[in-house]
Design a protein around this ligand. Structure first.
Ligand code: MLT
Length: 205
């Protein structure tokens, strides 16, 4: 298949598409996924972009400044990979939830905005607005009715301003998704309460 990846089959019908942050790889989020969604299958691809040796899911021009053309291309490429993997591993393609951290959160949101049919929802950890509708980077909001989205941001995150995190939550709400927004007094790294809240969210799916 088109992406180096890890796939581990679980006992529940849910598949978690685990998407690592900049500098990570396909193994990074597997233990965390198993902790928060113990029975789910895990599909964890490796980002294809190397930024001075650090792997990512799409190019950026500077920190927080994305190469929108590449982001779109990579979102579609990843969506096609998920379809291919669902056939290869025979998992239910209607029960795939993303779990993305940082750069992985941003490609997960891009999937939800550009190819909503691929995901039933997702946990978006330390994500920001990837495609700004006000700047014309996204033509229109998709219909995300019935999708469940868990957002976790840190109020002291130097990489994601809180206004930007709230704007992302509003985009999801305006698109019709059911949104849980966990805001903790944390920086860019995850803390225990993010994990606990995410675990509850997965358990209720
Ligand atoms: C991104 O490039 O997606 C964000 O700046 C987060 C990160 O540093 O990966």
């Amino acid at each position: 298949m088109n992406f180096e990846h890890v796939y581990e089959k679980g006992s529940s019908p849910i598949t978690v598409l685990a998407l690592h942050g900049t500098g990570g790889n396909e193994h990074d989020l597997v233990p965390m996924t198993k902790m928060v969604a113990p029975n789910a299958s895990v599909l964890s691809p490796r980002g294809k972009i190397s930024e001075n040796g650090s792997l990512r899911f799409f190019r950026r021009l500077a920190e927080g400044v994305f190469d929108i053309e590449d982001l779109r291309f990579r979102a579609h490429e990843l969506a096609d990979f998920v379809i291919e993997a669902s056939k290869e591993y025979s998992f239910d393609s209607s029960k795939v939830y993303a779990l993305g951290f940082s750069n992985g959160a941003n490609i997960a949101s891009s999937l939800l905005f550009l190819r909503p049919e691929i995901l039933a929802g997702g946990a978006i950890l330390r994500g920001m607005v990837p495609l700004d509708i006000d700047k014309g980077e996204l033509e229109k909001l998709p219909d995300l009715t019935g999708k469940k989205v868990f957002l976790a941001n840190g109020t002291r995150d130097p990489m994601v301003r809180i206004e930007n995190a709230k704007k992302l939550a509003t985009m999801y709400k305006n698109a019709g998704a059911t949104v849980t927004h966990e805001l903790n007094p944390a920086s860019h790294g995850l803390i225990q309460s993010d994990l606990q809240a995410m675990k509850h969210w997965f358990a209720a799916l």
